[in-house]
Write a protein that binds this ligand. Structure first.
Ligand code: ARG
Length: 581
């Protein structure tokens, strides 16, 4: 949580000035977005005149001039001029740019807290017990964890919920199989690959042997009835899986821990009640022996309604029932005002149906925001679906190992003097960072290729590149030595400094946008752009060998603020920012 006072961005202040000028130039118009953007040949450009001219019935350029005339240069704005067909070009005073830099540095970025007072449940990661985590869970885990940290950094309260798949008919099959194959070596193993094998053997049996399938179904009944011997095996299966999940969470350095667990089994005792409430409200109805919710908005290819099945004809509850329960619990007990559910895009219909039923039940209303946050698929390096040769999902652990090995080679080649321990440490941090960055820098709903060579490249839009950029900033600051940074507001601002100040000042707006759209890639894109802008600043504007002491101080302030911003952004993405590499 940030505690320092927020620093208002220059763009925000200019927007307010232009909006006021529009109101004076066109009294009586509805408030509109003044369309203030960063300009190419000018600091900012306001583009609203074009859109307003039509409704005002005035020539665009004349209207732009009228708006410009209402902008009295003061505060950050030094000049306002009409340009092109109807743009207003705005230039900022040099002193304001330095002042803003000093303010942000003093305030430790000075991020605003637009999410103060909101309580957001983020439902993410959610792997399934007795199966290994796959790349889909990787996406849910890293995107979810970034959204959590992002909302917290903007003042929000977040409740993490890891809805692991720890209940359901598959446990009947697994437990029955173990019962009938007492020699199966799984007990006490911390290796989820063994459980994965167990899952496959049990599933094969279930498919091939009808009598076994019947016994497995009775096991489900025993599990649900609370049979102690059955529950004991179930608990072991969950514990072994959890140990494996936690190992991956620690390796990925995500903020999930056991207190965030909110597995399907937790809801089991409440399902009768959830279903009864929906039935009493007339929302759940009988259909061919099953209990369903119908909604005319959800229809199949032939216009047939697609039901949300709350109770199957055999009396069993399923995934949909449990999710109705998560929704009710999160609103009523957790008092969530916002709920985000992260899964791949294939579950879109499930969540649309669950949310629609929750609205009909009155559990969620206009004061709640409930969103399925879908993401695209991870493909193999060849662009084909990511599967092993035998058609299985690819295990996450092996991919992380491969990424760390790839990063190790790249780092060792760049820095042959690193000793073994330092190389190990940096390889782990860059390898994991590379995987997370590749995922988080891709637009959320886009599929991407898991291409390790590209992920660990030093000269691309990669985590490694940003980590090196950060280490370089840290090294400049080490060379500069300790001491206060004194910003001289009277110094002129050159072009490369200007670009950097303005870019740094956009950070808060980028975070707000990333949070509003649940799009972490906006942070990644920003950081990559920032690193580039810094690079050209550093090429053109000597820092440690600046011409004057005042310039050196001002440029060091920019280096500090850039390091702080990059460090903060990388931490939101859950990527380590080493001081040395
Ligand atoms: N375990 C599910 C899966 O692997 C994801 C659960 C997501 N959360 C939820 N509340 N449905 O697909």
């Amino acid at each position: 949580m940030n505690t320092s006072p927020a620093v208002i961005a220059l763009g925000t202040r200019i927007e307010a000035t232009v909006a006021a000028a529009i109101r004076r130039a066109l009294p009586g118009t509805e408030p509109i977005d003044p369309l203030v953007r960063r300009g190419e040949r000018t600091d900012f450009q306001a583009n609203a005149a074009l859109a307003l001219a039509r409704s005002a019935g005035r020539p665009p350029r004349e209207l732009a001039a009228a708006i410009t005339a209402e902008i009295t240069p003061d505060g950050p704005i030094e000049t306002a001029e009409v340009s092109g067909p109807a743009f207003v070009n705005l230039t900022l005073a040099d002193a304001e740019l330095w002042r803003q830099t000093a303010l942000r540095l003093d305030a430790g970025l000075g991020l605003p807290a637009p999410y103060a007072g909101t309580v957001t449940v983020v439902d993410y990661s959610a792997p399934n017990v007795a199966k290994r985590m796959h790349v889909g869970h990787l996406r849910s885990t890293v995107i979810g964890d970034t959204l959590v940290k992002l909302l917290e950094s903007l003042g929000g309260t977040v409740i993490r919920q890891n809805h692991i798949g720890d209940w359901g008919t598959q446990f009947g099959m697994l437990i029955q199989y173990l019962d009938e194959h007492p020699g199966t070596a799984w007990h006490g193993t911390a290796d989820i690959a063994v459980l994965d094998g167990l899952y496959r053997s049990a599933a094969a049996h279930f498919a091939a042997d009808a009598a076994f399938a019947d016994r497995a179904r009775s096991r489900v009944v025993a599990l649900q009835a609370g049979d102690e011997a059955t529950l004991a095996v179930w608990r072991d299966l969950v514990a072994v899986s959890l140990a494996a999940f936690n190992k991956i969470y620690r390796r990925l350095d995500v903020s999930l821990s056991d207190v965030d667990l909110d597995g399907e089994s937790v809801y089991n005792p409440h399902l009768d009640d959830v279903v009864a409430e929906l039935t009493d409200a007339g929302i759940a109805v009988e259909s061919q022996g099953a209990l369903c919710v119908f909604d005319e908005r959800f229809t199949g290819p032939e216009g047939n309604p697609i039901p949300l099945i709350l109770r199957k004809s055999d009396g069993g509850y399923g995934y949909a029932t449990t999710d109705m329960a998560t929704l009710r619990h999160r609103v009523r007990e957790l008092k969530a005002t916002r709920m985000l559910y992260l899964t791949d895009a294939r579950q879109a219909l499930h969540f649309a149906q669950v949310f629609a039923a929750g609205r009909r039940a009155g559990w969620i209303d206009a004061s709640h925001e409930v969103v399925h946050v879908p993401f695209g698929t991870v493909l193999g390096a060849d662009g084909r679906p990511f599967k092993t040769r035998s058609g299985d999902t690819v295990a996450l652990t092996g991919l992380l190992d491969a990424a760390v090995a790839g990063a190790r080679a790249v780092v060792a080649a760049k820095n042959p003097d690193l000793d073994g321990a330092a190389l190990d440490r940096i390889a782990a941090s860059t390898g994991i960072g590379a995987v997370k960055y590749a995922d988080l820098s891709t637009a959320r709903t886009t599929d991407y290729r898991f291409d390790i060579e590209r992920m660990v490249s030093l000269n691309g839009d990669t985590g490694v590149y940003l980590q090196y950029a950060h280490a370089r900033l840290a090294s400049i600051l080490r060379k500069a030595g300790e001491g206060e940074t004194i910003v001289d507001e009277k110094a002129p601002v050159n072009t490369s400094e200007r670009a950097l100040v303005l870019r740094l000042d956009e950070y808060a707006a980028v975070l707000a946008e990333a949070a509003a759209l649940n799009e972490p890639h906006r942070i990644a894109t920003y950081l990559f752009g920032l690193a580039k802008v810094f690079s050209s600043f550093f090429d053109r504007s000597p820092v440690l060998k600046a011409e004057t002491a005042a310039l050196r101080g001002n440029r060091l302030a920019l280096v500090r603020l850039t390091r702080l911003t990059l460090h903060h952004g990388l931490s939101l993405l859950g990527i380590d920012a080493p001081e040395r590499m």
